[in-house]
Design a protein around this ligand. Structure first.
Ligand code: ARG
Length: 581
């Protein structure tokens, strides 16, 4: 098993720099990167220029000394120096061939697991009970799942947490309304036909806003729930179960694994947050509320902004729960990396929560907390995503439409196929397209939801990628090839398109590393898109089944490794491939 060429090279350059200039340079940034322009080779080291000042030597001389101490001849041709001491490296074909052979023989494409796995928590999806799961939650679900998959593949221990909004004042109103309209639901064990929760929420809210008495009773119901009152608790449970069932349908459709640990879970830890913050001296009273004054945040009068930890009435806020959750995740879950996937609108919230936790000394140096923000989902018209009547779009119907459209497409392409086959293809393509469209964007930008674009067969889309995979399987069927029994050691790279494809295949590990570090899944999408393009160019220019025997085997192996990379890569995005479509 190997790590990526890039991470290997970084280590080798660091060693060379230390060997050349002394151990105090061991941590100097080796500044290694893939070359932007193939005419300079495949990788570059730009460290020399940065060292000239300290060493008081010319960059070319610095580079020459690095090269003397560099050991890369197993992987690269002799290094060359260009311009202001840039060291250029070109991969040896023999190395490429041997790496490809390793990839083909391995079920994880020869990508090693990390030496020191992190305990990672990915907090994602996290819809709210009794409310609709909306497109923002869909983005969180798709992006969070992909991040979790990539980290899991690397060998990290990942806890996928669904931080559902299942606690808070809205339950007072819901419970009160339930008691009014469905009293049976609360006394009879399985009379839980409370139907459409979104409707229920709307109706309850209306009552709450219009009727002062209802409002008062609702407030009392919150207190009752928080005090653990049996009937209030039962009502709350019914609401949660009903929502859970609805959410689960979406998760099943999208094949998402998640562990529910909602806000209510942290209820009994909220008072610890208060006690702890008081002890560290951070807690202050402000107009009856307990708060922490934030650094670097001020209100419109320029006064320091308080983060309210406990309200005057004793209630707690969203932020308090997140503080309790963060503390719990570090102390009890022993997480070393905590990732939150939400819309960009919550960036301020997470900055504030992280700041308070930091100042309270809850976050050891070994723990990394990261907010992974994403932009809004927009309609084709560039406006916020809504139905024609202005309602928010239900996720279920959105996913159904993607599948229906994919089905219509296969009906025209392949009318003779069986119903079962068509439906399978429609689901893989339709749902794959929705996921891929989301993941292939830089997540921080707003994302335009367009069925036409995401289902297009050309361009950076799921169908394009799925076709590249199917193409290889088609070659296999046509030539009656058993890919598993090909001699991987027979790979010989002679033609330019083969070499270009091979080099790209070798960069798969780098793409995965990049996503796991920076948490931008679009980097992996871009990699797979380029892979499909390079494969198609190779396939157009180099005959495979028609080639003479030794070339044929070598090229079939290239096809096979490409297909495996596409399959694994798409799998890491939560997308399943098809053998035919
Ligand atoms: N329920 C929240 C929402 O719908 C998202 C929760 C995100 N996770 C967290 N730990 N705050 O916006």
């Amino acid at each position: 098993m190997t790590t990526s060429v890039l991470s290997d090279l970084k280590i080798r350059f660091s060693k060379a720099i230390a060997a050349a200039f002394g151990a105090e340079y061991a941590n100097h940034d080796p500044a290694v990167a893939p070359s932007k322009d193939a005419k300079f080779g495949d990788y570059q080291c730009n460290a020399a220029l940065g060292l000239t000042k300290k060493l008081k030597q010319k960059p070319q001389d610095v580079a020459a000394q690095i090269i003397v101490n560099l050991q890369v001849d197993d992987m690269f041709e002799a290094p060359t120096i260009a311009g202001a001491g840039f060291i250029n490296l070109k991969l040896k074909l023999s190395y490429l061939e041997s790496q490809l052979a390793k990839m083909q023989k391995s079920d994880r494409l020869a990508i090693a697991k990390v030496d020191k796995p992190d305990r990672v928590i990915v907090d994602f999806s996290s819809p709210n009970i009794a409310k609709e799961m909306h497109v923002g939650h869909l983005r969180s679900t798709i992006i969070g799942d992909s991040i979790a998959r990539i980290l899991e593949f690397q060998g990290h221990e990942v806890l996928r947490l669904n931080h559902v909004g299942d606690w808070g004042t809205q339950f007072g109103m819901l419970i009160t309304y339930l008691r009014e309209v469905y009293p049976d639901a609360l006394t009879k064990a399985d009379a839980i036909a409370i139907g459409d929760l979104v409707e229920l929420y709307r109706a309850a809210k209306k009552r709450f806003d219009e009727d002062a008495e209802f409002k008062e009773i609702s407030r009392a119901a919150v207190v009752e729930l928080q005090a653990g009152g049996a009937e209030a608790k039962l009502a709350w449970q019914l609401l949660c179960e009903q929502s859970r069932r609805e959410f689960q349908k979406i998760y099943d459709t999208l094949n998402i694994q998640l562990e529910e640990r909602g806000e209510s879970f942290y209820n009994s830890y909220l008072s610890d947050v208060v006690a702890d913050l008081r002890e560290t001296g951070l807690l202050q009273e402000d107009q009856g509320a307990l708060c922490v004054f934030l650094e670097g945040f001020s209100n419109k009068d320029g006064q320091p902004l308080p983060l309210i930890i406990q309200k005057t009435d004793g209630g707690y806020n969203y932020a308090t729960t997140d503080l309790a959750a963060l503390r719990y995740r570090i102390r009890e879950d022993k997480a070393t990396r905590i990732i939150y996937v939400t819309d960009i609108g919550q960036s301020g919230h997470f900055t504030q929560v992280f700041q308070v936790a930091q100042r309270a000394n809850w976050i050891p140096e070994t723990v990394q907390t990261t907010h992974v923000p994403f932009g809004l989902v927009m309609g084709d018209d560039g406006k916020k995503f809504k139905t024609r009547s202005g309602d928010t779009i239900a996720l279920k119907s959105l996913l159904e439409e993607a599948v229906t459209r994919a089905r219509a497409d296969i009906e025209t392409r392949n009318p003779e196929a069986s119903d079962e086959f068509k439906q399978d293809v429609a689901e893989a393509v339709g749902l794959g397209a929705v996921k891929y469209a989301d993941l292939s964007q830089n997540r921080t930008s707003n994302y335009i939801f367009s069925f036409d674009k995401m289902l297009a067969l050309q361009g950076n889309t799921a169908p394009y990628m799925l076709y590249a995979y199917v193409r290889v399987q088609g070659i296999g069927r046509k030539g009656e090839i058993d890919f598993a029994s090909l001699d991987a050691d027979a790979i010989k790279l002679t033609q330019e398109p083969e070499i270009v494809l091979a080099k790209h295949l070798l960069q798969f590990a780098e793409a995965i590393d990049a996503v796991s570090e920076e948490l931008f899944p679009n980097r992996l999408c871009q990699y797979l898109f380029e892979l499909s393009q390079k494969f198609n160019q190779f396939f157009e220019q180099c005959p495979v089944l028609q080639a003479e025997e030794s070339e044929r085997i070598s090229r079939l192996s290239l096809c096979d490794i490409t297909a495996k990379t596409l399959k694994l890569g798409l799998n890491l995005l939560g997308i399943r491939v098809l053998e035919r479509m």
